[in-house]
Each structure stands twice: as C-alpha cells, then as structure tokens.
Ligand binder design. Structure first.
Ligand code: AR6
Length: 171
C-alpha cells in the first residue's frame, strides 16, 4: 500500500483513470458523492446508467466518465449500515469488485470515496479499516498488476482516520 494516497477533497476533481461512485441499486443517481459525480459528468452519465439494469449491493459496474477528468466511473453499491456482520462483508466486496473491474479494463489508477459512510450510515472508523484492509489484501493478491489507489476524503476527520489506519496496515 506504499503507493496509496489519502487526499482531502472532491473526488470529481480526480484525474485517475477511474473514480468510484457510492451509488444505489437503481444506479439512477442520488445525493452525496453520487449527486456530485452525476452533476460533474453531465446528463449522458445517467443515460448510460439507465441501460445497465441496476447493481446489487457489493457489486460494481463501469461507465464512461463523460465530462469528468477520469475516463471511467465505477459504480458500486455499499450496504446500508444495520449492525449485522454482513455489512462488513458487503462493504469489503464493494472495494474488491471495483478493483477487479478496474483491472479487467486495464486501468492503472482508481480513486475511492468512503463508501457507505454518508447517507448509508456506516460508522467511518469501522468503514475505513474495512476499506484499507480490502484494498491491501487485493493488492497483495494482485502483485503482478500495478494499480494506484487514491482514497478521497470529504472531511478532515475521515482524512485523519485514513492516515492513522494506513499507518497500522501490514502491507
Ligand atoms: N467527493 C468525495 N467524497 C464525497 C463527496 C465528494 N464530492 N461528496 C460526499 N462525499 P454518500 P453512501 C463523501 O452519502 O453513504 C446517495 O444518495 C461523504 O462525506 O455519498 O454510500 C446514493 O445514491 C461520505 O463520507 O454515500 C445512495 O442512495 C462518503 O462520500 C446513497 O447516497 C459517502 O457518502 C449512498 O450512500
């Protein structure tokens, strides 16, 4: 994870090959980061999303980035926090599905928001640990594939949590 970066700011400004959207199952847009990505990408993004047939929790689908600097958007659907053990499994799966899709499309850099920690209510300390562990395990298993990961944080407290969590990460 030595090449992972933690950035404070708006993910729509990222110049990574792809940015990840914390979407909902319908992929029809919404608030939070989803709303910001759709506004920045322009209306063609919603058109492409409408043809995808939705997305299940933990899975990911790819579209073009349209007016964004990023060439692609990977839409993943995080769990709505309920306190059950499945939440963590599903949240980790979002990161793995997104990374797999980036690799399958030959992409070399990816920016993640803190999936599920807004409208979906996932406590950010727990969500940060899950995000960092999922990405670091994936990178360990995919050592042959160089994919730079940026974690975009929209608040100082989430930013500080990522810095702390990455310091305490094995790989
Ligand atoms: N750049 C980076 N991070 C952001 C940005 C931004 N521009 N805007 C918000 N965040 P949320 P969720 C952070 O609510 O919890 C939508 O309506 C935010 O501070 O966007 O997965 C979808 O359509 C938080 O830390 O996503 C779904 O219905 C993180 O992004 C639902 O919300 C995620 O917050 C998904 O909820």
């Amino acid at each position: 994870m030595k090449d992972a970066r933690v950035l404070l700011g708006d993910i729509t400004q990222s110049d990574c090959d792809c940015i990840v959207n914390a979407a909902n199952k319908s992929l029809s847009g919404g608030g939070g980061v989803d709303g910001a990505i759709h506004r920045a990408a322009g209306p063609e993004l919603a058109k492409e999303c409408a043809a995808l047939g939705g997305c299940e929790t933990g899975e990911a689908k790819i579209t073009k980035g349209y007016r964004l600097k990023a060439k692609y958007v990977i839409h993943t659907v995080g769990p709505i926090y309920s306190g059950s053990p499945d939440d963590a499994k599903m949240l980790a799966k979002c990161y793995v599905s997104s990374l797999d899709l980036a690799k399958a499309n030959g992409l070399r850099s990816i920016a993640f928001p803190s999936v599920s920690t807004g409208v979906y209510g996932y406590p950010f300390e727990k969500a940060t640990r899950i995000a960092v562990d999922a990405v670091s395990d994936w990178k360990e298993k995919n050592k042959d594939y160089a994919l730079r990961v940026d974690f975009y944080c929209f608040s100082e407290r989430i930013y500080a949590q990522y810095i702390l969590t990455l310091k305490n990460t094995k790989y």
